[in-house]
Design a protein around this ligand. Sequence first.
Ligand SMILES: [Zn+2]
Length: 329
Amino acid sequence: MAGVSYPGSHSDPSDPSDPSGPSGSFGSPQPRRSRLRRPVTVGLALLVPGALLGWLAYEALGAPGSGGAGGGAAGAGASSSAGATVGAGGDAKPNTLAASPSRAAAPLEGKVVVIDPGHNPANAEHASEINRKVDIGTNWKECDTTGTSTNAGYSEATFTLDVAHRLRALLQEQGATVKLTQDADRPFGPCVDERARIGNAAHADAVVSIHADGAGAGQRGFHVILPGSVHKGLADNRAVVAPSKELGELIAGDFARSTGTSPSNYVGDGTGLVTREDLGGLNLSTVPKVFIECGNMRDTKDAALLTSGAWRQKAAQGMSEGIVSFLRG
Ligand SMILES: [Zn+2]
Protein backbone atom coordinates (compact mmCIF):
# COMPACT_ATOMS: atom_id res chain seq x y z
CA MET A 1 0.00 0.00 0.00
CA ALA A 2 2.65 2.45 1.00
CA GLY A 3 4.38 2.18 -2.36
CA VAL A 4 1.25 2.98 -4.32
CA SER A 5 0.71 6.61 -4.95
CA TYR A 6 -2.40 8.26 -6.26
CA PRO A 7 -2.07 11.05 -8.73
CA GLY A 8 -1.53 14.24 -6.85
CA SER A 9 -0.98 12.57 -3.52
CA HIS A 10 2.24 14.37 -2.82
CA SER A 11 1.40 17.67 -4.43
CA ASP A 12 -0.70 18.42 -1.46
CA PRO A 13 -0.52 20.42 1.57
CA SER A 14 -2.52 23.47 0.91
CA ASP A 15 -1.19 24.41 -2.45
CA PRO A 16 -3.87 26.55 -4.04
CA SER A 17 -1.53 27.28 -6.91
CA ASP A 18 -1.51 23.61 -7.80
CA PRO A 19 -2.19 23.66 -11.55
CA SER A 20 -5.82 23.05 -11.52
CA GLY A 21 -7.38 21.88 -14.64
CA PRO A 22 -10.39 23.46 -16.07
CA SER A 23 -11.04 26.33 -13.72
CA GLY A 24 -11.87 29.55 -15.45
CA SER A 25 -12.63 27.92 -18.75
CA PHE A 26 -16.31 28.75 -18.41
CA GLY A 27 -17.78 31.54 -20.41
CA SER A 28 -15.00 32.50 -22.73
CA PRO A 29 -16.19 30.71 -25.87
CA GLN A 30 -19.46 32.62 -26.14
CA PRO A 31 -18.24 36.21 -26.27
CA ARG A 32 -15.58 35.11 -28.70
CA ARG A 33 -18.16 33.65 -31.01
CA SER A 34 -20.35 36.72 -31.02
CA ARG A 35 -17.35 38.88 -31.84
CA LEU A 36 -16.67 36.70 -34.86
CA ARG A 37 -20.22 37.15 -36.03
CA ARG A 38 -19.93 40.90 -36.10
CA PRO A 39 -18.11 41.37 -39.42
CA VAL A 40 -20.71 39.21 -41.12
CA THR A 41 -23.49 41.39 -39.80
CA VAL A 42 -21.78 44.58 -40.88
CA GLY A 43 -20.92 43.15 -44.29
CA LEU A 44 -24.51 42.28 -44.99
CA ALA A 45 -25.61 45.68 -43.78
CA LEU A 46 -23.37 47.46 -46.28
CA LEU A 47 -24.64 45.39 -49.18
CA VAL A 48 -28.31 45.74 -48.37
CA PRO A 49 -29.04 49.09 -46.73
CA GLY A 50 -32.78 48.47 -46.77
CA ALA A 51 -32.37 45.23 -44.97
CA LEU A 52 -30.09 46.93 -42.48
CA LEU A 53 -32.89 48.81 -40.82
CA GLY A 54 -35.02 45.73 -40.65
CA TRP A 55 -32.15 43.73 -39.25
CA LEU A 56 -31.30 46.36 -36.68
CA ALA A 57 -34.93 46.66 -35.66
CA TYR A 58 -35.02 42.91 -35.25
CA GLU A 59 -31.85 42.99 -33.21
CA ALA A 60 -33.13 45.83 -31.08
CA LEU A 61 -36.56 44.37 -30.43
CA GLY A 62 -36.11 40.67 -30.60
CA ALA A 63 -33.82 37.82 -29.81
CA PRO A 64 -32.17 39.52 -26.87
CA GLY A 65 -30.77 36.28 -25.63
CA SER A 66 -29.11 34.83 -28.67
CA GLY A 67 -28.15 37.97 -30.54
CA GLY A 68 -27.45 40.23 -27.57
CA ALA A 69 -23.78 40.94 -27.98
CA GLY A 70 -23.94 40.95 -31.79
CA GLY A 71 -26.89 43.34 -31.77
CA GLY A 72 -25.12 45.79 -29.49
CA ALA A 73 -22.02 45.63 -31.61
CA ALA A 74 -23.92 46.20 -34.84
CA GLY A 75 -25.55 49.20 -33.21
CA ALA A 76 -22.24 50.68 -32.20
CA GLY A 77 -20.79 50.24 -35.67
CA ALA A 78 -23.85 51.43 -37.58
CA SER A 79 -24.13 54.75 -39.33
CA SER A 80 -25.26 57.77 -37.38
CA SER A 81 -28.48 58.07 -39.36
CA ALA A 82 -29.60 54.76 -38.03
CA GLY A 83 -28.23 55.66 -34.63
CA ALA A 84 -31.40 57.19 -33.30
CA THR A 85 -33.40 54.10 -33.98
CA VAL A 86 -30.70 51.77 -32.87
CA GLY A 87 -29.96 53.82 -29.80
CA ALA A 88 -33.13 52.82 -28.05
CA GLY A 89 -32.44 49.14 -28.28
CA GLY A 90 -28.71 49.38 -28.52
CA ASP A 91 -28.23 51.52 -25.47
CA ALA A 92 -29.52 48.99 -23.05
CA LYS A 93 -26.96 46.45 -24.12
CA PRO A 94 -23.78 48.48 -23.83
CA ASN A 95 -25.01 49.74 -20.48
CA THR A 96 -25.56 46.21 -19.31
CA LEU A 97 -22.17 45.22 -20.56
CA ALA A 98 -20.53 48.24 -18.99
CA ALA A 99 -22.25 47.69 -15.67
CA SER A 100 -21.58 44.00 -15.39
CA PRO A 101 -17.82 44.05 -14.82
CA SER A 102 -18.07 46.16 -11.67
CA ARG A 103 -21.08 44.21 -10.44
CA ALA A 104 -19.48 40.90 -11.31
CA ALA A 105 -16.20 41.96 -9.71
CA ALA A 106 -17.59 41.83 -6.20
CA PRO A 107 -21.05 40.26 -6.09
CA LEU A 108 -20.39 39.10 -2.52
CA GLU A 109 -19.19 42.47 -1.23
CA GLY A 110 -20.28 42.76 2.39
CA LYS A 111 -21.02 39.04 2.73
CA VAL A 112 -19.27 36.92 5.33
CA VAL A 113 -18.58 33.26 4.64
CA VAL A 114 -17.07 30.97 7.25
CA ILE A 115 -15.33 27.85 5.98
CA ASP A 116 -14.91 25.07 8.51
CA PRO A 117 -12.18 22.63 7.44
CA GLY A 118 -13.13 19.43 9.22
CA HIS A 119 -10.71 18.06 11.85
CA ASN A 120 -7.14 19.31 12.27
CA PRO A 121 -3.97 17.63 11.02
CA ALA A 122 -2.59 17.59 14.58
CA ASN A 123 -5.68 16.17 16.31
CA ALA A 124 -4.10 12.71 16.45
CA GLU A 125 -1.36 14.03 18.73
CA HIS A 126 -3.91 15.43 21.18
CA ALA A 127 -6.12 12.48 21.93
CA SER A 128 -7.09 13.50 25.45
CA GLU A 129 -8.00 17.03 24.42
CA ILE A 130 -10.11 16.04 21.44
CA ASN A 131 -11.83 13.23 23.35
CA ARG A 132 -13.11 15.66 25.97
CA LYS A 133 -16.92 15.83 25.77
CA VAL A 134 -18.70 19.03 24.81
CA ASP A 135 -22.38 19.94 25.07
CA ILE A 136 -24.12 19.95 21.68
CA GLY A 137 -27.63 20.52 23.01
CA THR A 138 -29.04 17.10 22.22
CA ASN A 139 -26.12 15.23 23.67
CA TRP A 140 -22.51 15.36 24.85
CA LYS A 141 -19.99 14.53 22.16
CA GLU A 142 -16.25 14.40 21.61
CA CYS A 143 -14.65 17.81 21.15
CA ASP A 144 -13.38 16.70 17.74
CA THR A 145 -12.08 13.58 16.00
CA THR A 146 -9.00 12.79 13.98
CA GLY A 147 -10.99 12.28 10.80
CA THR A 148 -10.33 9.54 8.30
CA SER A 149 -7.79 9.01 5.52
CA THR A 150 -7.33 7.16 2.27
CA ASN A 151 -5.85 3.67 2.42
CA ALA A 152 -2.60 5.24 1.22
CA GLY A 153 -2.58 7.64 4.15
CA TYR A 154 -3.79 10.93 2.66
CA SER A 155 -5.64 12.42 5.61
CA GLU A 156 -9.07 13.95 5.66
CA ALA A 157 -7.67 16.92 7.59
CA THR A 158 -5.16 17.61 4.82
CA PHE A 159 -7.93 17.30 2.24
CA THR A 160 -10.32 19.63 4.04
CA LEU A 161 -7.69 22.35 4.46
CA ASP A 162 -6.68 22.19 0.82
CA VAL A 163 -10.27 22.48 -0.41
CA ALA A 164 -10.88 25.25 2.14
CA HIS A 165 -7.96 27.26 0.74
CA ARG A 166 -9.21 26.84 -2.81
CA LEU A 167 -12.74 27.79 -1.79
CA ARG A 168 -11.50 30.81 0.14
CA ALA A 169 -9.65 32.09 -2.92
CA LEU A 170 -12.73 31.68 -5.12
CA LEU A 171 -15.02 33.44 -2.65
CA GLN A 172 -12.56 36.27 -2.09
CA GLU A 173 -12.46 36.80 -5.85
CA GLN A 174 -16.20 37.38 -5.57
CA GLY A 175 -15.67 40.01 -2.87
CA ALA A 176 -16.67 37.93 0.17
CA THR A 177 -15.06 38.25 3.57
CA VAL A 178 -13.90 34.73 4.38
CA LYS A 179 -12.91 33.26 7.71
CA LEU A 180 -11.61 29.76 8.43
CA THR A 181 -12.39 28.07 11.74
CA GLN A 182 -8.86 26.63 11.73
CA ASP A 183 -5.91 26.70 9.37
CA ALA A 184 -3.63 24.13 11.03
CA ASP A 185 -2.59 27.13 13.12
CA ARG A 186 -3.53 25.63 16.47
CA PRO A 187 -2.49 22.41 18.18
CA PHE A 188 -5.88 20.72 17.87
CA GLY A 189 -9.53 21.34 17.14
CA PRO A 190 -11.38 23.61 17.54
CA CYS A 191 -14.05 21.56 19.26
CA VAL A 192 -17.30 21.18 17.35
CA ASP A 193 -19.15 23.60 19.63
CA GLU A 194 -16.50 26.23 19.09
CA ARG A 195 -16.62 25.63 15.34
CA ALA A 196 -20.31 26.50 15.44
CA ARG A 197 -19.72 29.54 17.62
CA ILE A 198 -17.07 30.92 15.28
CA GLY A 199 -19.69 31.09 12.52
CA ASN A 200 -22.24 32.61 14.87
CA ALA A 201 -19.82 35.23 16.21
CA ALA A 202 -18.83 36.19 12.67
CA HIS A 203 -22.52 36.68 11.84
CA ALA A 204 -21.76 34.56 8.82
CA ASP A 205 -24.16 34.72 5.91
CA ALA A 206 -23.21 31.12 5.12
CA VAL A 207 -21.02 28.44 6.67
CA VAL A 208 -19.79 25.27 5.02
CA SER A 209 -18.04 22.53 6.93
CA ILE A 210 -15.84 20.46 4.62
CA HIS A 211 -15.29 16.74 5.17
CA ALA A 212 -14.65 13.48 3.38
CA ASP A 213 -16.16 10.27 4.61
CA GLY A 214 -14.66 7.02 5.87
CA ALA A 215 -17.18 4.44 4.68
CA GLY A 216 -16.75 0.98 3.17
CA ALA A 217 -15.17 0.13 -0.17
CA GLY A 218 -17.72 0.42 -2.98
CA GLN A 219 -19.60 3.14 -1.14
CA ARG A 220 -19.12 6.19 -3.27
CA GLY A 221 -20.22 9.73 -3.95
CA PHE A 222 -20.79 12.97 -2.08
CA HIS A 223 -23.52 14.10 0.27
CA VAL A 224 -24.46 17.36 1.88
CA ILE A 225 -25.66 17.26 5.49
CA LEU A 226 -28.48 19.63 6.41
CA PRO A 227 -29.38 20.57 9.98
CA GLY A 228 -32.48 18.96 11.41
CA SER A 229 -34.50 21.25 13.63
CA VAL A 230 -33.13 21.14 17.17
CA HIS A 231 -34.39 23.06 20.20
CA LYS A 232 -32.87 21.53 23.26
CA GLY A 233 -30.46 22.74 25.93
CA LEU A 234 -27.92 25.09 24.39
CA ALA A 235 -29.12 24.33 20.88
CA ASP A 236 -31.76 26.22 18.96
CA ASN A 237 -31.18 26.17 15.22
CA ARG A 238 -34.85 26.44 14.23
CA ALA A 239 -34.41 29.80 12.52
CA VAL A 240 -31.71 28.53 10.19
CA VAL A 241 -33.08 25.14 9.16
CA ALA A 242 -34.85 26.48 6.07
CA PRO A 243 -32.05 28.70 4.74
CA SER A 244 -29.52 25.96 5.47
CA LYS A 245 -31.59 23.55 3.37
CA GLU A 246 -31.60 26.03 0.52
CA LEU A 247 -27.84 26.52 0.86
CA GLY A 248 -27.27 22.77 0.93
CA GLU A 249 -29.43 22.06 -2.09
CA LEU A 250 -27.63 24.74 -4.11
CA ILE A 251 -24.21 23.44 -3.09
CA ALA A 252 -25.19 19.83 -3.86
CA GLY A 253 -26.42 20.75 -7.33
CA ASP A 254 -23.39 22.83 -8.22
CA PHE A 255 -20.97 20.35 -6.68
CA ALA A 256 -22.43 17.51 -8.76
CA ARG A 257 -22.25 19.57 -11.93
CA SER A 258 -18.77 20.98 -11.32
CA THR A 259 -17.13 17.70 -10.33
CA GLY A 260 -19.27 15.35 -12.42
CA THR A 261 -19.53 13.22 -9.28
CA SER A 262 -22.68 11.31 -8.38
CA PRO A 263 -24.54 11.72 -5.11
CA SER A 264 -23.79 9.14 -2.45
CA ASN A 265 -24.87 5.57 -3.20
CA TYR A 266 -24.99 4.72 0.52
CA VAL A 267 -26.91 7.54 2.22
CA GLY A 268 -29.55 10.02 1.08
CA ASP A 269 -31.42 7.76 -1.35
CA GLY A 270 -29.57 9.20 -4.32
CA THR A 271 -30.44 12.82 -3.49
CA GLY A 272 -27.01 13.74 -2.13
CA LEU A 273 -28.82 15.26 0.85
CA VAL A 274 -29.06 13.96 4.40
CA THR A 275 -30.62 15.67 7.43
CA ARG A 276 -29.04 15.11 10.84
CA GLU A 277 -29.67 16.23 14.39
CA ASP A 278 -26.62 14.69 16.02
CA LEU A 279 -23.89 17.07 14.86
CA GLY A 280 -22.84 19.80 17.26
CA GLY A 281 -21.62 21.95 14.40
CA LEU A 282 -25.16 22.10 13.01
CA ASN A 283 -27.17 21.96 16.24
CA LEU A 284 -25.40 24.96 17.72
CA SER A 285 -25.37 27.09 14.59
CA THR A 286 -27.51 30.21 14.49
CA VAL A 287 -26.47 31.02 10.93
CA PRO A 288 -27.13 29.04 7.71
CA LYS A 289 -24.75 26.10 7.72
CA VAL A 290 -24.23 22.75 6.04
CA PHE A 291 -21.62 20.01 5.99
CA ILE A 292 -20.39 18.42 2.82
CA GLU A 293 -18.86 14.95 2.66
CA CYS A 294 -17.05 15.22 -0.64
CA GLY A 295 -16.54 11.50 -1.17
CA ASN A 296 -15.46 8.31 0.54
CA MET A 297 -11.74 8.26 1.29
CA ARG A 298 -11.85 4.48 1.89
CA ASP A 299 -13.05 3.69 -1.62
CA THR A 300 -10.17 3.55 -4.08
CA LYS A 301 -12.11 5.18 -6.94
CA ASP A 302 -13.30 8.04 -4.75
CA ALA A 303 -9.82 8.30 -3.23
CA ALA A 304 -8.34 8.80 -6.70
CA LEU A 305 -10.60 11.85 -7.06
CA LEU A 306 -10.06 13.22 -3.57
CA THR A 307 -6.27 13.06 -3.98
CA SER A 308 -6.33 14.92 -7.30
CA GLY A 309 -5.65 18.65 -7.08
CA ALA A 310 -7.63 19.25 -10.28
CA TRP A 311 -10.64 17.47 -8.80
CA ARG A 312 -10.36 19.39 -5.54
CA GLN A 313 -10.41 22.62 -7.54
CA LYS A 314 -13.64 21.49 -9.20
CA ALA A 315 -15.01 20.60 -5.78
CA ALA A 316 -14.19 24.06 -4.44
CA GLN A 317 -15.65 25.61 -7.59
CA GLY A 318 -18.93 23.76 -7.11
CA MET A 319 -19.16 24.82 -3.48
CA SER A 320 -18.35 28.40 -4.40
CA GLU A 321 -21.04 28.49 -7.07
CA GLY A 322 -23.63 27.14 -4.64
CA ILE A 323 -22.68 29.69 -2.02
CA VAL A 324 -22.74 32.53 -4.54
CA SER A 325 -26.21 31.48 -5.73
CA PHE A 326 -27.43 31.32 -2.14
CA LEU A 327 -26.01 34.70 -1.17
CA ARG A 328 -27.25 36.47 -4.28
CA GLY A 329 -30.70 35.08 -3.57
ZN1 LIG B 1 -14.90 14.51 8.84
